[in-house]
Design a protein around this ligand. Structure first.
Ligand SMILES: [Zn+2]
Length: 108
């Protein structure tokens, strides 16, 4: 299928991800957005938990306090990417469909 959307170029900028798609659209992905949208089972379960007590004191670990960055990406076949983050989390498999949804189109 030649009409399928594929990333032509992947790069990172300030720890965020930039994908240029084969239809010419350039999309930017904040690392924190990608991290919060991680589709792995662990993160999905975490997001389904009830919100923490708003009156409780926020306790931030060092990892949480530091801005998350994209540490690496590797293609899985030609349908998805495995993204590793600077907090050590690297089990998320991001389908091209999901990446296309999450991105914000930008003009260079
Ligand atoms: Zn995850």
């Amino acid at each position: 299928m030649s009409s399928e959307l594929m990333p032509l170029n992947l790069s990172s900028q300030d720890g965020n991800l930039i994908i240029v798609w084969n239809d010419g659209v350039r999309m930017e992905y904040a690392a924190s957005l990608l991290r919060n949208s991680c589709p792995c089972a662990t993160c999905r379960a975490k997001r389904d938990e009830p919100a923490p007590d708003p009156l409780g004191l926020p306790v931030l670990s060092i990892e949480e306090a530091a801005p998350t960055k994209v540490a690496g990406m590797k293609p899985l076949g030609n349908y998805a990417y495995n993204i590793a983050f600077s907090d050590g989390h690297a089990t998320g498999i991001y389908s091209l469909e999901l990446l296309r949804e999450l991105g914000t189109a930008t003009v260079e």
